[in-house]
Design a protein around this ligand. Structure first.
Ligand code: IPD
Length: 304
């Protein structure tokens, strides 16, 4: 098989994401008519399904031999393989979408040999698209701006050089509640949130604050851009993180697992810690990660 043409794939994913954006912004979801999946906090709309359908047809018609993994067509037992694969979350932030909170994205990735190589994350409500190709840098393009506006396409991180990554007590950290609201993983999350945010006198790390914005892909892009210092989550899936992962790494960020000692995370691991780039480089990131893992109260455990 010929080597994948990453630039062509990138351009196709951008074009497809923009088409999806039109479908998303012209939809009229509502909380009362929305279906649920696993439980009442796990939502799906007709738009999620229609967008995934459009994306999978567009990508298959150009690259018929490549595999496809999408949130809405996933079933237990389906795994990423080393084959060239498109990974799609048609609406990352479905809860925000049905509430009319305009913080959502379409997240499209190309993964080969289980490594994310191209990532495109588009929020059609803010007209911002984050995009990256492995080895070629990560960018934020504002599609609402004219082509000659210098703010139209900016390389990530936005603050360059980035500030040093001091300890957790100077950090702004994204976390997510997810849709599992009882059991071991819930206890680990709630304990960790308290350990991160709590006052030093009580044994907490006292981060500047925690944010829960509702889209894993946009959280990863927020860390890539540098506005967030870190993002920790358990429970999300390959389609939530594959695109953001390459954008993060191309912006100098580092991805590890959500549990202590998980230095070699996998796309399907379902627990992640993303840390932004810093001039201090890898050692500074590793020190931050080790400090973070000390706050993780227990072990996150997820099945595929
Ligand atoms: C969800 C969002 C949310 C995260 C969940 C994801 P969806 O994706 O990314 O931020 O906490 O784990 O499942 O369901 O809106 O595509």
């Amino acid at each position: 098989m010929a080597e994948p043409d990453l630039q062509d794939i990138h351009d196709l994913l951008v074009e497809t994401a923009m088409q999806a954006g039109e479908m998303i912004t012209s939809a009229h979801p509502s909380t009362s008519t929305t279906d649920t999946k696993k439980n009442s906090s796990d939502l799906v709309t007709e738009t999620d399904q229609a967008v995934e359908n459009m994306v999978s047809s567009a990508l298959k018609s150009r690259y018929p031999s490549y595999s496809f993994l999408g949130e809405e067509t996933y079933h237990p037992g389906l795994h990423l393989t080393s084959a060239p694969t498109f990974v799609c979350d048609p609406i990352d932030g479905t809860t925000n979408f049905v509430h009319g909170y305009p913080y959502i994205s379409i997240s499209l990735a190309f993964v080969h040999n289980l490594r994310p190589l191209v990532g495109v994350v588009f929020n059609p409500f803010t007209a911002q698209i984050y995009h990256a190709i492995k080895g070629r840098g990560a960018y934020l393009t504002s599609t609402s701006l004219g082509k000659d506006d210098p703010a139209k396409m900016r390389q990530l991180p936005l603050r360059n050089p980035p500030e040093p990554l001091h300890g957790l007590d100077e950090a702004l950290v994204a976390v997510e509640w997810g849709n599992e609201r009882s059991g071991n993983n819930w206890d680990v999350k709630v304990g960790t949130f308290a350990a991160l945010a709590g006052a030093k006198e009580g044994g907490g790390a006292m981060v500047h604050s925690l944010r829960s914005l509702g889209s894993a892909a946009l959280n990863l892009c927020g860390v890539a851009a540098g506005g967030l210092d870190a993002y920790w989550e358990g429970g999300c899936w390959a389609w939530d993180v594959a695109a953001g992962w390459v954008i993060l790494e191309e912006a100098g960020g580092m991805m590890v697992g959500g549990n202590k000692g998980e230095w070699e995370p996998t796309i399907e691991g379902r627990r992640y810690l993303a840390v932004r780039g810093t001039e201090g480089g890898e050692q500074e990131q590793k020190n931050f990660i080790e400090e973070f893992w000390e706050c993780v109260k227990g072990t996150l455990e997820y099945e595929l």
